[in-house]
Design a protein around this ligand. Structure first.
Ligand SMILES: [Zn+2]
Length: 167
């Protein structure tokens, strides 16, 4: 497991949400936090033991759970997002040392039927996290600027636009 990262992130254990990613030093708004990594697989190839991030229609970025980017928890009001549409997290605002880095899981997932009870504590908390197309319209509009490119209307898919690198 990678304990640290150039930008100043480390994995810590949280009281109620398993592992989390925390800033070890001040991070300025707009900073690149991390590129999501792993190998690419289609939905039919996914294994239960993998951690998988959807990055396109029927395309997932997978790992064994030992990568730094596997540890980012969800928040309905995150401080990190896919600002340029690639599976790369950028800081949405200034982040203080000790603050947890979070992103919104709905900004990557187009599959329906998936649900996660949320304990993010934000006033904007949706209570249950679901796929992109199960969000209310106003929520989708709010999250559009930090969603993966393939979820944004009229955009080419992330694979075509950025030719994702396999590990
Ligand atoms: Zn929430």
């Amino acid at each position: 497991m990678q304990p640290m990262h150039d930008i100043g992130l480390e994995i810590r254990h949280t009281a109620d949400r398993g592992r989390g990613l925390f800033a070890t030093r001040p991070i300025a708004a707009g900073s690149l936090l991390m590129e999501m990594k792993g190998w690419l697989a289609k939905g039919s190839e996914l294994q239960v033991s993998w951690l998988c991030l959807q990055v396109d229609h029927d395309l997932w970025l997978c790992s064994n759970g030992d990568l730094l980017d596997d540890c980012g928890n969800h928040s309905c009001e995150p401080n990190a997002g896919f600002v340029d549409g690639r599976p790369v997290l950028f800081a949405l605002r200034d982040v203080e040392p000790g603050e947890e880095i979070t992103w919104d899981y709905s900004t990557s997932l187009s599959e329906t039927g998936w649900a996660l009870d949320c304990r993010c504590g934000s006033p904007k908390c949706r209570g249950v996290v679901r796929g992109w197309f199960e969000l209310q319209n106003e929520e989708r509009d709010r999250l559009m600027p930090i969603a993966l490119r393939y979820l944004r209307p009229g955009q080419p898919s992330s694979r075509v636009a950025f030719s994702l690198r396999e590990r």
